[in-house]
Design a protein around this ligand. Structure first.
Ligand code: COA
Ligand code: AMP
Length: 672
């Protein structure tokens, strides 16, 4: 093993010697076995004997009725894990800790620099509030299997709402606050919640967003005005006007009612999370309770190296999968303290907040999106705001959600002084598909720019264009051989055939991740890009079709195509190319500014849609589909060979010209 013997203080003043020493150290590290025997054995067992592997791990959960079988794969891809078993997720995440004598330990720490507030919840306090809210929901008629919808900001009450639903066995659907009334109404119409839970407002740096009017509008659009809304009126901030069938959260909670945990079947849904796909209509990804409880608790140590009682911080938002899993469920299941951070990485009020929170709350593991780190790097490269804080409690920095560029990784390593571990996952999988499994002994310095090795249970393969297994380092579609491990989605809510068609038809026997990438000879996976029409804006997954649909509502727009273009901060942002109607009255400039507003109103500010340009024609395949990917490739500066299936290849030249004029497609070229 390499020793940092020469790293005496004297060397620190000699950058050239220091650099040489670091190179020597890296060379030594490269020679080490980075993978680790424990990981190898566990991974092999999870693939060769999944029943034994997950059967043993499932003992980490308290079942009210033990499962009769680990895996029922008779109806693949509708795989069932732990059939016959019954449990309460809420009990395992909350009451269990109280019953086992850990009630006084911290479950949640709320740190809100944007409002100047902080609060701490012990497991006992959290249990009381969750139990009480569950009683209120039960009073509204919410029963096992009924849906609730949660539209709330980064406050502890959001966890209370999620756990209260889980306590009743009522799957929740949390909707991100950056989505507008129309998107919200689509979800309401689809999941038909029995009750809605919201806060009076969310706070963004530029404004306070009142949530209740957005909900009222969404209920109107969904033609469901009678769904009751339980409103948490945020102290000292905007207060909502309640309608007759709405309830005031605090007033109801003060009645001190309680409700026991309701047990559910292992395969019963814990939640539905709507996410973007190829079409404009969001898909309701449904996650089952049993597999989810087992695996997500297990990941806290196996993937993230967290022991119970350590402080864990996932700097994301409840509305995304990371928020569901790693702000709420997984850390609580594992008995960790979870930080809820209401603020931005920069500007609330400064770029030192990530360092302050780590220092103040003794954070051991931080998980965030590369965008957040790029934002700090851009504003405070030399961490002038952050360096006053002692962050020695931090053991690891995990990143996911989008590609992490090499510069950002290096900058993080220098400034956070811990291993920076990229890992890859999706709403559908609810935990990482590839990672550096810290708790299973993976080396902490994986090769450059990989997202790690397959996590136990994921039999990852890369298939080339002919559908055969790609060679090492060959680019292809990343898929996972079935069965998928427990903890992954069981179906799409009320869309079983869409579930089969979308994910399991193109490559029979595999789950199609829709990501393109490659695997090296040791199995490390690199994820390069989405292969479908999803774009990733600041770690937020968005559908280009949904943005197109919103733009095409404009009366003077004949047709639009939306692509993701590179953005230094957000990774990608949407760009629309639109064709104006011949009989329209507005100028391109007027249309551009109006469609920005239309997308904000229809999808929400989170789409970060600001760029658009008029074109006279768009390339189309002979079957009539717009060739979106080839335009996106051009915008990214790639060489694009136009396939013979394109109707009128000549339209590419003017598009290339236009893209160049607005600062994209620098080194791009078209080959017809
Ligand atoms: N409720 C309402 N509006 C919201 C919102 C919320 N929860 N979150 C974001 N928005 C709004 C913002 O106010 C902004 O509106 P504006 O156009 O009026 O300014 C818009 O949506 C875009 O927001 P955002 O993507 O946050 O951009 P930003 O420029 O305000 O901030 C970053 C840039 C980098 C600080 C921010 O994108 C960030 O923190 N990213 C990390 C994201 C993350 O953690 N993703 C994890 C997903 S797994
Ligand atoms: P979501 O379902 O919102 O979590 O988004 C999932 C998508 O984000 C994946 O399909 C990838 O395209 C992308 N993604 C997630 N993690 C990574 C990563 N570590 N590197 C590159 N892309 C990622």
């Amino acid at each position: 093993m390499y020793r940092w013997s020469s790293l005496s203080k004297s060397i620190l003043g000699h950058p050239q010697r220091l650099l040489k020493e670091c190179r020597r150290a890296l060379h030594e590290v490269e020679k080490l076995d980075l993978v680790g025997d424990k990981y190898r054995q566990e991974f092999q067992k999870s693939i060769q004997n999944p029943e034994e592997y997950w059967g043993e791990i499932s003992q980490n959960i308290i079942w009210t009725k033990p499962w009769t079988k680990v895996l029922d794969d008779a109806n693949s891809p509708f795989t069932k894990w732990f059939p016959g078993g019954r449990l309460s997720l809420c009990y395992n995440a909350l009451d269990r800790h109280v019953d086992e004598g850990r009630g006084n330990r911290d479950a949640l720490i709320w740190d809100s620099p944007i409002t100047g507030n902080k609060d701490t919840y012990s497991f006992l306090r959290l249990q009381k509030e969750v139990s009480s809210l569950a009683a209120i929901l039960s009073g509204l008629g919410v029963q096992k299997g009924d849906r609730t919808l949660i539209y709330m900001p980064m406050i502890p009450q959001t966890v209370v709402a999620m756990l209260a639903s889980a306590r009743l066995g009522a799957p929740h659907s949390v909707v991100f606050g950056g989505f507008a009334a129309k998107e919200l109404s689509t979800r309401i119409r689809h999941c038909q919640p029995k009750a809605i839970l919201c806060a009076s407002c969310g706070v963004e740096p530029s404004r306070t967003i009142e949530y209740k009017p957005i909900i009222d509008e969404a209920l109107r659009l969904a033609n469901a005005p009678d769904i009751p809304v339980v409103v948490y009126q945020r102290p000292d901030l905007a207060q909502s006007v309640l309608k007759p069938n709405d309830l005031n959260w605090d007033q109801e909670l003060s009645k001190g009612q309680s409700h026991d945990c309701v047990e559910v079947d292992s395969d019963d849904p814990l939640y539905i999370l709507y996410t973007s796909g190829t079409t404009g209509t969001p898909k309701g990804v449904q996650h089952p309770t049993g597999g989810h409880a087992v695996v997500n608790k297990w990941t806290m140590n196996a993937l993230y190296g967290m022991s119970p009682d350590e402080v864990w911080w996932a700097a994301s938002d409840f509305g995304w999968i990371v928020g569901h899993e790693y702000i709420c469920y997984s850390p609580l299941l594992n008995g960790n303290t979870s930080i809820i951070y209401e603020g931005k990485p920069v500007g609330t009020p400064d770029a030192g907040q990530f360092f302050r929170v780590i220092s103040e709350h003794n954070v051991s593991g931080l998980f965030t999106a590369p965008t957040a780190l790029r934002a700090i790097k851009r504003v405070d490269h030399d961490i002038l705001d952050g360096k006053q804080y002692d962050i020695s409690s931090l053991k690891y920095l995990f990143v996911a959600g989008e590609h992490c560029d090499h510069d950002t990784r290096l900058w993080c390593a220098q400034n956070f002084k811990v291993p920076i571990l990229d890992h890859w996952w999706q709403t559908e999988t609810a935990h990482a598909i590839t990672a550096t499994c810290v708790g299973l002994g993976n080396g902490l310095y994986p090769p450059k720019d990989v997202t790690g090795l397959p996590v136990p249970g994921f039999n990852v393969k890369v298939l080339n264009e002919s559908g055969e297994e790609a060679k090492a380092e060959e680019l292809g579609r990343i898929v996972c051989k079935l069965p998928m491990p427990p903890g992954t989605f069981s179906t799409l809510y009320q869309a079983e055939s869409k579930f089969e068609e979308t994910y399991f038809t193109k490559y029979p026997g595999y789950y199609d991740t829709m990501d393109a990438g490659m695997q090296d000879e040791h199995g490390y996976v690199k994820v390069l890009a989405r292969d479908d029409d999803v774009i990733n804006v600041a770690g937020h997954r968005l559908s280009t079709s949904a943005i197109e649909e919103a733009i095409e509502e404009h009366e003077d727009v004949e047709e639009a195509v939306v692509i993701g273009v590179p953005d230094e901060l957000k990774g990608q942002v949407p760009l629309a190319l639109f064709i104006m109607r011949k009989d329209g009255h507005k100028t391109a400039k007027e249309i551009s500014s109006e469609i920005v507003q239309m997308v904000r109103l229809s999808i929400g500010p989170v789409a970060a849609f600001k760029l658009s340009v008029a074109v006279t024609a768009l390339p189309r395949t002979r079957s009539g589909k717009t060739a979106r990917k080839s335009i996106a490739d051009l915008a990214q500066g790639k060489h694009v060979k136009i396939p013979p299936t394109i109707e009128d290849a000549l339209v590419y030249e003017p598009i290339l010209e236009i893209l160049r004029n607005i600062g994209f497609a620098k080194n791009a070229s078209v080959e017809i």
